[in-house]
Design a protein around this ligand. Structure first.
Ligand code: ARG
Length: 703
């Protein structure tokens, strides 16, 4: 029922009474405490993009399948296809290292608003304010790092009205322990994605490793041992009922609930359509090739999933904005705010121009926004252009004629290049390049286009496919062997003559020199105006406690297990069972294939201790917790602090949720922990991993 991704720091002050009313039995200190083990010690940010939770004293971590997808795919080959077949490590030795993957564990957080804004007044010139704020943010973070012992940063909240310091321990040795077959972990595929009812076993398992003193290491080390967390979550097999209290702790990435109407309008009619069109094109071309070739399918699986996920998100967001009249609602709110501001001369003095400036800024941004979208989704939607961008440090070193810097730049490229080419198909990328860059040339205003398009016009008769032929036949960026040959004896002349690099340079320089300065001017005014707008809104509605927009910092949301009515005459139940897997099963549709072993077990109703009271195997359930991307993998915790599920998605009817919250429609989709454990123990034959967990039996969930 409740909007809000709350900072755990303030649970006591803001929400404790309400949470207890709904069924919470824990104290605020059991959720967040700096000095004693609390729930926050069991919940980690995974790789900066997802959430995971400790479920054993040996550093065993649960998260979503789609969070582990990239790691799972990276260990898969056509010969040993663990993405397809699933995998559970039988021993610690079989757990697979993932260089580059890390988890951050929160040490503490602090409200540093007073420190950051000290001496700053409403009359402080904006430039001076920005410079002071940035300097203080940096100093506070640097100081908190204790010479590299911690990762620390200051994040602003409420559009720069408040500032918080976050201090983490970062563990760089996170090993893959297990995952179900993709047909379980991504059951329903893109068809079911962002939809309820759901039948996906969206989980995977990792283990965090530390040195002999339980301290983090930056990279995987052979001598490391399983990390002993301060706290791990007990697991309840009791199951959920409607109305049960549910709490989600995790790291939601980004919401924009304070985005003004003009910003919503821009998203609705310019940004999202551009993203959808460009992703449509890219996905279709990738899929054509993936369907032709199993090895290529595996190479592009993770890239495809990531692009497709938000492609569908943007479609749903736009559909929802139209259906729910999100822009109109925001306009009405702004009109009420304007009236409230006009009522009082002091308010008018302080906030009077905020919405005007906002509207003017967006009118200006609208002129250049397509350039931004096409740089991101067209040029950087190819693979050769982002690869070229990686050579920038090398170009800088070559320009400076600095031998040591050149050697370092080349050495730094080794890992990323190997990763890139491991999953790369140049012929596929060429097709994508031809299509996306043609759309760039067609859709973006002529006076905002990079010079390279003139070359395409003059030398290739305006044909992007012909230009793509030329680039991909001649650029060393399209071939691992050629690129390595170049890197063995790099010169600036060779680099600058490369057609792939030249294309990137043209796009990049055009954007930085001709577009960014225009946008920066507009955004500078917008920053101040947004801050005032949010401050005015909070002052006007002072009886309402606002939670800050998500920004990848740790948050708590709470609510209850709850069904919903999706639209006129359509009511959704709050839980699904294995019966629905069998109903959806379709051997002819790759998205709905059910592995034979699962079919056999389900037909025998071999559910063991994971069955519900009616004798069904529970699969997923929904709650009205407020979550967003980044929360993926978050623990769903009952009123006693026990794990009952893993949050993994949101529902189609509430795809506007990141922009505006609708309590009647928005639901959080969770894998039932009993299905997860059934997949590990019965389907995966990895009972030893379940045995590592602390299974508790304390009766039904409170609430
Ligand atoms: N929509 C989910 C999220 O962003 C990801 C689901 C992944 N599954 C899939 N079929 N692509 O959290």
């Amino acid at each position: 029922a409740d909007e809000g991704m709350w900072l755990p720091l303030f649970v006591k002050r803001l929400n404790q009474a309400d949470m207890q009313k709904k069924g919470l039995k824990l104290t605020a200190e059991e959720i967040y405490d700096v000095n004693n083990a609390s729930l926050k010690d069991a919940v980690v940010q995974l790789g900066g993009f997802c959430t995971g939770e400790f479920v054993s004293s040996q550093g065993l971590l649960l998260t979503n399948h789609h969070c582990g997808y990239d790691a799972i795919q990276s260990h898969s080959t056509p010969q040993n296809n663990i993405l397809q077949n699933g995998f559970f490590a039988a021993t610690r030795q079989e757990e697979k290292q993932n260089p580059g993957l890390f988890v951050d564990i929160l040490v503490r957080m602090e409200d540093v608003t007073g420190k950051v804004l000290e001496g700053i007044t409403p009359t402080t010139p904006e430039q001076e304010r920005t410079a002071t704020v940035q300097k203080r943010q940096r100093e506070l973070a640097d100081n908190a790092k204790e010479n590299g012992k911690y990762v620390a940063y200051v994040r602003d909240m409420f559009g720069g009205n408040e500032y918080y310091l976050f201090i983490y321990q970062r563990f760089g040795d996170v090993r893959l322990v297990g995952a179900p077959p993709e047909a379980v972990g991504k059951f329903g595929g893109d068809t079911d994605n962002w939809m309820w009812p759901r039948h996906t076993g969206d989980f995977s398992m990792f283990r965090v490793y530390a040195d002999k003193n339980n301290q983090p290491t930056a990279t995987p080390q052979p001598g490391n041992v399983p990390y002993v967390p301060k706290k791990h979550l007990p697991v309840s097999l009791q199951g959920v009922s409607e109305g049960d209290f549910a709490m989600v702790l995790g790291f939601p990435g980004r919401t924009q609930r304070f985005l003004p109407a003009a910003g919503l309008q821009l998203t609705l009619d310019q940004t999202n359509p551009a993203r959808i069109k460009l992703r449509d094109t890219r996905l279709k071309l990738w899929k054509e090739d993936m369907d032709q070739d199993a090895a290529l399918r595996l190479k592009y699986a993770s890239k495809y999933a990531g692009i497709a996920n938000y492609w569908k998100y943007y479609i749903g967001q736009n559909e929802g904005m139209k259906r729910l009249k999100t822009v109109d609602a925001k306009k009405a709110e702004e009109n009420a705010l304007l009236q409230w501001i006009a009522q009082d001369p002091a308010r008018a003095q302080q906030y009077g121009d905020a919405l005007n400036v906002i509207n003017q800024s967006y009118a200006g941004i609208r002129q250049y926004n397509l350039s931004t979208q096409y740089v991101n989704e067209a040029a950087f939607g190819t693979e050769i252009i982002p690869l070229a961008a990686r050579l920038m440090p090398l170009a800088t070193a070559l320009k400076a004629n600095d031998k040591a810097a050149v050697d370092k730049a080349v050495a730094d490229l080794k890992g990323p290049l190997a990763d890139h080419f491991k999953d790369y198909s140049a012929p596929t990328d060429k097709k994508v390049f031809a299509a996306l860059m043609a759309l760039y040339m067609q859709d973006v205003p002529k006076d905002q286009q990079p010079d390279v398009f003139q070359t395409v016009q003059k030398q290739y008769g305006g044909s992007m496919p012909k230009y793509a032929d030329y680039v991909f036949s001649n650029s060393f960026l399209a071939s691992e062997a050629k690129l390595n040959a170049f890197l063995a004896a790099p010169t600036l002349a060779k680099l600058e003559a490369d057609p792939g690099y030249k294309t990137y340079q043209s796009v990049y320089q055009n954007y930085v020199q001709n577009i960014v300065p225009k946008l920066q001017g507009l955004q500078a005014g917008l920053g101040r105006a947004n801050r005032l707008y949010v401050a005015a809104l909070r002052e006007k509605n002072s009886q309402k406690v606002y939670s800050p927009d998500a920004n990848s910092t740790i948050r708590l949301s709470y609510g209850t297990v709850r069904p919903y009515r999706g639209r006129d005459a359509v009511a959704y139940d709050y839980k699904t069972t294995a019966q629905g897997i069998l109903e959806k099963e379709d051997a002819t549709n790759p998205e709905f294939v059910v592995p034979q072993k699962e079919l056999d077990l389900l037909k025998m109703k071999d559910y063991g201790r994971f069955a519900d009271k009616q004798g069904n195997l529970p699969v997923a359930f929904i709650t009205d917790n407020d979550i967003t991307g980044g929360n993926s993998g978050s623990p769903v915790i009952n009123g006693r602090g026990e794990l009952i599920g893993l949050a993994f998605d949101g529902n189609w009817e509430a795809m506007t949720g990141d922009l505006a919250y609708d309590p009647e429609l928005k639901r959080c989709i969770n894998a039932d922990i009993r299905y997860v454990l059934w997949c590990v123990e019965k389907l995966g034959g990895a009972k030893h991993l379940v045995d590592e967990m602390t299974i508790v039996n304390n009766g039904p969930n409170p609430g």
